[in-house]
Write a protein that binds this ligand. Structure first.
Ligand SMILES: Nc1ncnc2c1ncn2[C@@H]1O[C@H](COP(=O)(O)OP(=O)(O)O)[C@@H](O)[C@H]1O
Ligand SMILES: O=C(O)[C@H](O)C(=O)COP(=O)(O)O
Length: 425
């Protein structure tokens, strides 16, 4: 298999978001969980998105896992790797975007790396290096309250400079608007100044197309689904990839019962849970009981099992920012996050044992814990449920045929859970 594009995603929802974007841009794409085993039957594809649960782990571990994925991709003919990060740049001053970017850049002896989380389809735009979420700067958006990676600075040149060992520059929107030659010239100018990476502005998809054409001439780029869109369109427009219609195989009916798990505490997910309560049974877990004893997962399973035969259920750990902060003050941020993720994984594992074959998970870290526990090695991409969220068909899962949706916390409309279930039969 000679791949046209290799991607390394720092969380599983972001990976499926990117796989969705590449598929809709005409690239045959598969999402793997980690580096796939040699015996995993992968279809002939143009792009592979290797999912890692590396966004919120210790930076050294994130670097080593990302470098291994990079090596695997390049051994299969990849000349460009996209390090896929969150469209809201979820990270802390301790990493991991900067350290991973620095390591991958060194490994491919890259000059200045283009970096942009812009994804206009979901309202993520970058202007003068500042990231906007809808109409507000990042630090005024709900991402300021993220449980693990609260974002308090919208200026990504500053944010990345605090994480990276290299100097960070800017390619502004006016340069992007002047086209590929102007971007190339600016990049060369920055490299001559010793700049190792540049935040590049993007407000519209046409900006991403310009960026994709230039980025694809290099060995590495860093960004969200938007730059993925640009790279994919560049591969198609330059004839390197013959566009393929999205396969319907990933959406074939699997039957079985259906369940939704919400670990995301994003404003969007809280609204989606509230909507779901009007149409399906919803259980709110008690996070303190999760942190102080083993019984909460069993309570959830005892609640869910008799209801599953009647229809889908939703089990949520999600709380408001104030409640999240209070729980973290009592138990510690990382301890709380890990314990709740693992409880969600316990619940998912036993729901599948009880016959659930259609599973929707809200939250990137939550999805990582659940998919790792279910030992699903990869996914094919199906229909798009909402911008950035496709139906996924498990490949090589112990439980056999399964459909999943791994919803980025911030993505999807109020009726996301119902919308997803309508497409997952
Ligand atoms: N009620 C809660 N209080 C504190 N942390 C929580 C709560 N519910 C979930 N979490 C944790 O918050 C984090 C949510 O991250 P994630 O699943 O990636 O969601 P998102 O996609 O919104 O970023 C996880 O570590 C999860 O375990
Ligand atoms: O927002 C994005 O780019 C991705 O969909 C993503 O990385 C989401 O991460 P989350 O933890 O699910 O918010």
């Amino acid at each position: 298999m000679t791949l046209a594009l290799g991607c390394i995603a720092d969380d599983y929802t972001g990976a499926s978001d990117l796989a969705n974007t590449l598929t809709r841009a005409g690239l045959r794409t598969v999402q793997t969980i980690g580096i796939p085993a040699d015996d995993l039957a992968l279809p002939e594809v143009d792009a592979v998105v290797v999912s890692l649960k590396s966004r919120s782990i210790e930076a050294g571990l994130a670097v080593s896992r990302s470098r291994a994925a990079d090596k695997w991709l390049r051994s299969r003919g990849v000349s460009h790797v996209l390090f896929k990060i969150c469209s809201t740049f979820d990270s802390t001053d301790a990493g991991n975007i900067g350290p991973v970017m620095d390591a991958l850049r060194a490994d491919c002896s890259e000059g200045a790396v283009l970096v942009t989380p812009a994804f206009p389809e979901t309202g993520r735009t970058v202007y003068q290096g500042n990231l906007f979420v809808g109409a507000v700067p990042l630090n005024e958006s709900p991402l300021k309250d993220h449980p693990l990676n609260p974002m308090h600075d919208s200026n990504l040149v500053r944010v990345l400079a605090r994480q990276s060992g290299t100097k960070i520059g800017l390619v502004d929107l006016a340069t992007v608007a002047r086209g590929t030659d102007a971007v190339r010239a600016r990049l060369a100018e920055l490299e001559a100044q010793g700049i190792g990476a540049a935040i590049i502005d993007a407000v519209f998809d046409r900006d991403l197309e310009t960026i994709g054409l230039v980025a694809g001439e290099h060995g590495l780029s860093v960004g969200a689904s938007g730059i993925g869109l640009g790279l994919a369109r560049a591969l198609v427009s330059t004839g390197k990839v013959k566009p393929a219609a999205a396969s319907s195989a990933a959406g074939a009916a699997v039957g079985g019962t259906a369940a939704c798990l919400a670990g995301s505490c994003s404003q969007a997910t809280l609204k989606q849970i509230a909507s779901a309560e009007k149409v399906m049974p919803v259980l709110h877990l008690d996070p303190d009981r999760i942190l102080t004893g083993p019984g909460e997962a069993q309570r959830a399973l005892d609640w869910a099992r008799p209801r599953l035969a009647e229809g889908p259920v939703l089990i949520a750990s999600s709380s408001t920012p104030d409640q999240v902060a209070a729980l973290q003050a009592r138990h510690g941020r990382d301890a709380a996050g890990h314990a709740i993720e693992q409880t969600m994984a316990d619940i998912a594992e036993n729901l599948v044992k009880s016959g659930v074959r259609r599973l929707i998970v809200a939250g990137g870290e939550t999805s990582g814990a659940v998919v790792d526990r279910l030992e699903i090695p990869g996914f094919l991409v199906g229909a798009e449920i909402a911008a950035g969220v496709p139906v996924l068909r498990a490949v090589g899962a112990e439980a056999g045929d399964m459909l999943l949706a791994l919803k980025s916390g911030n993505f999807g409309g109020p009726d996301f859970f119902s919308d997803a279930l309508r497409l997952m039969r």
